[in-house]
Design a binder for this molecule. Sequence first.
Ligand SMILES: C[S@@+](CC[C@H](N)C(=O)[O-])C[C@H]1O[C@@H](n2cnc3c(N)ncnc32)[C@H](O)[C@@H]1O
Length: 321
Amino acid sequence: MPDHNYLYSFNYDYHLHEICKLESRQIFSSEIKDKLLFSNIQVDPSISAFIKNRLDIISSSKDFNDLLETIKGKDLRLNGFNVEYISLNGDTTDRSERRKKIKAIGYCIYGYPEFKAPSVTYATCQYAGLWYFGILTKHENDWYKHKKKPHSFSNSIDMEIAKTLVSIASKGDKTNTLLDACCGVGTVLLEACCAGFSIAGCDISPKAAKYSRLNLAHYQYNARVYCTDIEDHPITYDAAIIDLPYNIYAVSDEETTRNIIHSSAKLASRLVIVSIIDIQSVIEEAGLKIHDSCSVVKKGKSTFTRKVWVCEKETSTLLGD
Ligand SMILES: C[S@@+](CC[C@H](N)C(=O)[O-])C[C@H]1O[C@@H](n2cnc3c(N)ncnc32)[C@H](O)[C@@H]1O
């Protein structure tokens, strides 16, 4: 029996390497290596911008022919299955050899295959001298449609980072309720809704709140957007995401930053904050402990760097406690 139940494979642009590692530490308590990760924690690959596949491992073996024997021994009987080959980092198996392996596995399963709309997709792959066989769950790309959201500001956060803030805040658990405390035009809200999370947005600016609502309506998502200072927001959540204002379209000074962080800390015990300056002292002043952090350099020629802070309250002092 393999040591882990799941094998996740990842892909990302080089500039997102650090935030991808932060995500894997927060969801799996373990860092990715060679763009893959073994874990006993099950998450939907589509909650992450970086997880491409999840293999639910059924068996593994040093020798591919032995793997075939164990598959035969499972006596898998079903119609409508498909088999795929996942090429992991460092696997140089050529195309014709991969096809042969897929075919060999297909012959170990009793039933008719279905290539276009399979009911189950099995997969095989090799890593570090072991062959794996299991059930494949693929990443759904439908969130790419948000690239064409109707309304955007120049201070809107990148989609991949927005999606990652959601997965980090929720730790991949869709039962956690989320708040985007400074939602702008709703980039984070769109990613959360698309991945099936329960989220609400808040923004002090009527224009931002209006565009957020229009963006959500465009994709028929129904997250609530409150147009208010976060200081006056009355509802508590499991986690809050804060993309702090930084003087583009919105006022930003130490007092504003302090107000937003202190107010959000009263609404959620877990905060994921994005800043362009060092805010460690403000975070600690709000009674939060910094659990993890990373820097994200903006893609392209600019030297614009964001810092992502993962913070939690030491003891619960939420509204109404
Ligand atoms: C950097 S922008 C957020 C951008 C957003 N993530 C997006 O992708 O569109 C910061 C937002 O914080 C809002 N804001 C500033 N002070 C606030 C406060 N006290 N309460 C709620 N929102 C506030 C601003 O109006 C601005 O829309």
